[in-house]
Design a protein. Structure first.
Length: 402
């Protein structure tokens, strides 16, 4: 580190050491006697370093090299018009913001006004009193150094935010990679998942428990961020891996009861999740389901929709509560929609937030005698929302039963 700079700690950015340049003066004047006089004025000031350039044609190059915090510049010099040099300093990217004090032999209002219009920050009749010169040098340098620190802090913060955004995107991609692929067969499954603007906590899965029973679930962790995503992945893996001990995963009540005990809020940073869990029994075409604070699923058949709903608290909210289950018969050709509240709890320009019954109506609208497709639903919701970006994860599964 050079003797021209030091590192300071910024109270709002404790992990970033900001550069604090020393006050550094560059004098541009062809008269050596003026250079020596200014040097004597600044002598003994430990916080001020002094540099002198007697050739105005080398002024820009000298300033580029030494990076002063303030420039003192004479107006009358051979080979160049002083006011033009002011413009040159302002047009040069590395000196455009450096404070510039014009030194003139006369107090002329018109010249002073022109100097300011060209980009000068101050105007002094040379040679000023030492106390005044030091005061102006320190004043202009302090403002410039503060601007340097602000820009450095902003750039460091921007880099940090970009790194964080990249890490969050990597986490979102990982969560998405865990979601199951679409399925074909007697139960065809497709889905649409649109991540929110912040890392969310939606997760879902579907799979055969055995030859007769097929399970499907969708869960939604409260809040956003890495914590929500981690809890989402943990709960999803617990269900898919059937790692809850002594639990019959064909029984939705038993599954949700066990999840509630395993993922108690006090054990998971006061975070909870909602879930809809169902098990379809192929021989009887019956689906048993239970909900833990989650929106109902919607079964659409022959152009009408039926909500599959049970009453149940959020998962992890209170130990010992029970999660009752219910059942429904699924007719041939029916489609079961399972979704998170982010699929319908959207803001709408000039209108109230969408409600569940409105979303159910969208899912129940037949298109040319067929159940509405997932892309159609997404297009309708985006149009209602007035944006392609959602505040919460959008998760929608469609299970088509042969």
């Amino acid at each position: 580190m050079s003797d021209q700079t030091a590192k300071i700690e910024h109270p709002l950015l404790p992990s970033i050491g900001l550069t604090r340049p020393k006050v550094s003066v560059l004098l541009i004047d062809d008269q050596a006697i003026i250079g020596a006089a200014v040097q004597r004025m600044l002598q003994g000031e430990e916080d001020v370093s002094y540099h002198y350039c007697n050739d105005p044609l080398q002024a820009i190059a000298t300033a580029d090299k030494m990076k002063p915090t303030v420039i003192l510049q004479d107006l009358v010099m051979p080979g160049i018009e002083g006011l033009d040099l002011v413009v040159d300093f302002r047009n040069n990217p590395s000196t455009a913001e450096i404070p510039l004090i014009v030194l003139s032999s006369k107090e002329e209002p018109k010249v002073k006004a022109e100097a300011f219009s060209r980009g000068a920050n101050d105007y002094l009749v040379k040679l000023p009193d030492r106390v005044e010169l030091l005061a102006r040098i320190r004043y202009h340098s302090a403002g410039y150094i503060a601007a340097l620190q602000r820009n450095e802090a902003f750039n460091a913060l921007k880099a940090s935010q970009q790194a964080l955004a990249a890490e969050l995107q990597e986490a979102a991609d990982y969560v998405r990679s865990l979601l199951p692929p679409p399925l074909e067969g007697d139960i065809s499954v497709d889905w649409r998942f649109i991540p929110s603007t912040a890392l969310g906590g939606d997760a879902f899965g579907y799979y055969d428990l055995d030859a007769e029973n097929f399970a499907v679930f969708l869960l939604d962790v409260c809040g956003h961020g890495v914590g929500a995503a981690l809890l989402s992945v943990s709960a999803m893996n617990t269900i898919r891996g059937a790692t809850l001990p002594d639990i019959d995963f064909r029984d939705p009540t038993a599954v949700l009861d066990a999840l509630n005990e395993t993922f108690a809020m006090e054990k998971h940073n006061n975070m909870y999740f909602t879930i809809w869990y169902g098990v379809y029994h192929r021989p009887t075409r019956t689906i048993r389901f239970a909900s833990g604070g989650h929106p109902p699923s919607v079964m659409v058949s022959n152009g009408s929709g039926e909500s599959l709903r049970t009453q149940g608290m959020i998962i992890g909210g209170m130990p010992g509560v029970r999660f009752p289950s219910s059942s429904a018969v699924i007719p041939p050709g029916a489609t079961l929609f399972v979704f998170s509240d982010g699929a319908y709890e959207i803001t709408r320009p000039g209108r109230p937030m969408m409600e569940l019954h409105e979303f159910v109506e969208i899912l129940s609208i037949p298109a040319a005698g067929k159940v509405i497709g997932l892309d159609d639903v997404v297009d309708v919701i985006k149009a209602e929302h007035g944006s392609d970006q959602f505040e919460d994860d959008f998760s929608l599964l469609a299970l088509k039963f042969a």
